[in-house]
Design a binder for this molecule. Structure first.
Ligand SMILES: Cc1cc2nc3c(=O)[nH]c(=O)nc-3n(C[C@H](O)[C@H](O)[C@H](O)COP(=O)(O)OP(=O)(O)OC[C@H]3O[C@@H](n4cnc5c(N)ncnc54)[C@H](O)[C@@H]3O)c2cc1C
Length: 305
């Protein structure tokens, strides 16, 4: 099948892009597969218009339904390969998903930023009970408390720095990995460096608090424990960056680099939402999706002139 625009990802960024592109009367498909960040969000309490909040899975499902109701083709399949078939001025891209090949003049990457889970037994059971994947979302709940951040890169330092302004103590747990990148990133931010400790020991499990209801700490392979009220996971993500590398797109760390119109450095390829890094929130994903959708519309119209 051939489309004007293929959007990869059906989270807030991808669906917003699709809504704007479809309403400009273009031939649009959204391809998605796998868990979105939004589905992991227990409750979204800070998005405009939901006075009682809304669960992440409900908001995600509503978005996909909204796209379908507008007549957008929504295909559930994992995208495994993307390549350029024809260069400008009439670009054509091939997208392989679920054993099929789709082509389009323009692509919008809205794949989110996959959060990797550390290989720590039972960590999934603590999600929403003290294990978080987003310091900006959940840091507020740890005012004057003690938290740990699992990760060994720049992303972990970013999350720890945010938490250092809120929590009493922040310890970065590299979980047996080198702390070189963490130390290097911390050395660039003297305002928080002194508040953040680093522990390189391998974590064996998350332990419960005294009430047995939430995270109470972590235990290490050497048998010692660290008492914390919350554990933030900030492992590097390869999802968006993988596609970017395949297409030769410029990156900022693990995030796709775009201009203010969400255009990447490749002709006709736009990117939006968590894939671009920055504020990892629904409001930004929706905004960037809208901009990417309209930019792709402009791109197609110029080609068709
Ligand atoms: C636990 C948690 C709590 C959060 N709480 C809040 C909150 O309170 N408020 C807030 O504003 N934000 C919150 N967020 C962040 C919010 O969920 C994200 O910022 C938002 O979902 C990003 O939207 P997105 O469209 O960029 O990516 P996502 O929502 O991650 O969507 C990515 C899409 O890409 C698809 N995809 C990925 N790879 C492929 C592939 N290879 N092939 C096909 N499809 C693919 C996925 O299936 C999905 O449809 C939270 C996140 C988490 C994890």
């Amino acid at each position: 099948m051939t489309y004007d625009i293929i959007i990869i990802g059906a989270g807030p960024a991808g669906v917003s892009a699709a809504l704007y592109a479809k309403r400009a009367n273009l031939n649009v498909a959204v391809i998605y597969s796998g868990e979105s960040q939004l589905e992991k969000a227990h409750k979204i309490d800070n998005y405009y218009g939901f006075s009682e909040g809304i669960t992440g899975p409900d908001l995600y499902k509503n978005g996909i339904e909204q796209a379908k109701n507008l007549g957008i083709e929504v295909i559930q399949a994992e995208v495994t390969h993307i390549e350029m078939l024809a260069p400008p001025p009439k670009t054509q891209y091939s997208v392989k998903a679920g054993g099929n090949e789709y082509t389009a003049t323009s692509l919008i990457l809205a794949t989110g930023n996959k959060k990797l889970r550390p290989n720590i037994a039972g960590i999934v059971d603590f999600e929403g009970k003290g294990v978080s994947y987003c310091a900006v979302c959940d840091g507020f709940f740890y005012r004057k408390k003690n938290v740990a951040v699992i990760g060994n890169g720049t992303f972990a330092v970013e999350e720890a720095s945010h938490l250092a302004h809120i929590a009493d103590s922040v310890t970065i747990l590299t979980d047996g990995k080198s702390d070189d990148e963490v130390k290097s990133a911390l050395s660039k931010d003297s305002s928080v460096a002194q508040k953040i400790k680093i522990d390189v020991r391998k974590v064996s499990k998350i332990i419960l608090n005294e009430e047995g209801s939430k995270v109470g700490g972590v235990s290490f392979e050497d048998g010692e424990t660290l008492t914390v009220d919350g554990v933030f996971v900030a492992l590097g993500s390869a999802g968006a960056a993988d596609f970017a590398k395949k297409l030769g797109l410029a990156l900022n760390g693990d995030s796709i680099a775009t201009n203010e119109k969400m255009a990447t450095n490749a002709p006709g390829i736009f990117s939006c939402g968590n894939a671009n890094g920055g504020l990892l929130q629904v409001c930004k994903a929706v905004y960037e999706g809208g901009v990417a959708g309209l930019s792709a519309v402009d791109y197609i119209r110029k080609i068709k002139q």
